[in-house]
Design a protein around this ligand. Structure first.
Ligand SMILES: [Zn+2]
Length: 409
């Protein structure tokens, strides 16, 4: 017993030392006997997670710049405050002009990649096997539900002022250091953006709720960020990173013990975490059932300035999944792309969690609801939602360890 305690303490002190020296974790070899991380993971609940996704879906596709997007930001802020993450802040910025809409070719066929043919995808990936087009829907009339069509009818304005919301769990002993846990709350395609990215947004909101419980203490801070404007330009996260990088770790006002922008130790993004139904079939259709091998895909970018530390962070998350997630495994890839973590990857170790790899799988049309009018809450089964919950368990377990979470008895 004493031996085990000593080993546990040794593992914890190794972990803390690693965080302090390089902001990159070592791996705790043994779980503590009275494990607060396990208790916290147990506070995640499938029905609660689903309810937040459903709440977000009531604002339609939440296209950035529209009234439905602003209403969703207000709702998210209210939910965070109600859940106990009361120090919410608004980050204001000006959006870029949206990219020119690309006409969706409804007739673009699925195709098979020939043996030996090298077809490149985003992020440095290579596409394989059967592929389908993955172009965003830009046609309001593709929404067959008249109520949802009316909700999504306001066109997206060009440039203009925008807002996004975040809240912060302040660390008890290191309030000047934090991990950023993010997702993008905007969507597109004239559906409900339930998977992309209601699923990631709900995950971050649920973690904010659990870490904000009065009996939870963390040594380091955690910022829960719901980026706006990811679709098209990443303007929300990009502007945040550009404007706030230089404020890191500064006490303001001096002597106050307050750090408006704690030093960034790592950034983890959650973007589409529900659907893993496998490769399209030979006829271009996709299985309506989740594949038995469904997993959470953790990605870092091998070309990033902090690639090596991000890789270690990614495997720390995979290890957290093996120790704490209830149903689905996690896999690590090195082609992170096309999401808000890209804006942090040359400043700090950054990773993303998804239902599939962005380049090789999502980019090859594995999710037929991706950016479509059909990305609705009703399109997903409990197996799909549970994959998202396992992504939440993975991040909660990893961040809980990295920030030194403990529970009051
Ligand atoms: Zn997305």
């Amino acid at each position: 017993m004493i031996d085990r305690c000593v080993r546990t303490l040794f593992a914890i002190s190794l972990l803390s030392a690693a965080i302090l020296s390089a902001a990159i974790p070592a791996q705790a070899q043994t779980a503590p006997i009275d494990d607060p991380v396990k208790t916290l993971v147990g506070r995640l609940d499938l029905e609660k997670y689903k309810a937040v996704i459903k709440g977000l879906s009531r604002f339609g596709d939440r296209r950035e710049g529209t009234d439905r997007n602003r209403a969703a930001v207000d709702w998210i802020e209210m939910q965070l405050r109600t859940a106990g993450c009361t120090n919410t802040e608004r980050f204001k910025y000006v959006s870029d002009p949206p990219p020119q809409p690309q006409p969706r070719s409804a007739t673009a066929p699925a195709s098979v990649i020939a043996s030996g043919e090298i077809r490149r995808g985003v992020g440095g990936s290579r596409l394989r096997g059967m592929t389908r087009p993955a172009t965003a829907n830009n046609n309001l009339d593709a929404q067959s539900d008249p109520v949802l069509r009316a909700l999504n009818a306001q066109p997206q304005p060009t440039t203009g002022p925008r807002e996004q919301v975040y809240c912060t769990k302040v660390g008890a002993t290191h309030p000047d250091e934090m991990y950023i846990v993010g997702a993008h709350m905007d969507g597109q395609g004239f559906g409900e953006a339930a998977d992309d990215d209601g699923s990631g947004t709900a995950l971050v909101m649920e973690l904010a709720r659990i870490f904000s419980s009065p009996d939870v203490q963390t040594e380091r801070s955690i910022r829960f960020a719901l980026w706006n404007n990811e679709e098209g330009s990443h303007a929300g996260s990009r502007t945040y990173a550009a404007q706030r990088a230089s404020l890191q770790g500064k006490e303001d006002p001096p002597g106050s013990g307050r750090y408006p922008e704690p030093k960034w130790l790592g950034m983890v993004q959650h973007d589409m975490v529900l659907w893993d139904h496998g490769m399209p079939r030979a006829d271009g259709t996709v299985s309506p059932e989740q594949r038995p091998e469904a997993d959470v895909n953790i990605e870092f970018q091998s070309n990033a300035k902090f690639a090596d530390q991000a890789m270690k962070l990614a495997f720390f998350f995979r290890d957290a999944n093996e120790k704490y997630a209830t149903d689905y495994p996690a896999a690590v890839g090195h082609h992170m792309s096309n999401t808000d973590s890209s804006e942090f990857m040359n400043l700090v170790p950054a990773i993303s969690l998804r239902e599939n790899e962005r380049g090789m799988q999502i980019g090859a049309g594995w999710n037929p609801h991706y950016h479509q009018a059909t990305d609705r809450y009703s399109a997903y089964s409990d197996k799909d939602f549970r994959l998202g919950l396992n992504a939440a368990q993975t991040t909660l377990a990893a961040i809980g360890q990295l920030t030194g979470a403990t529970l009051e008895k």
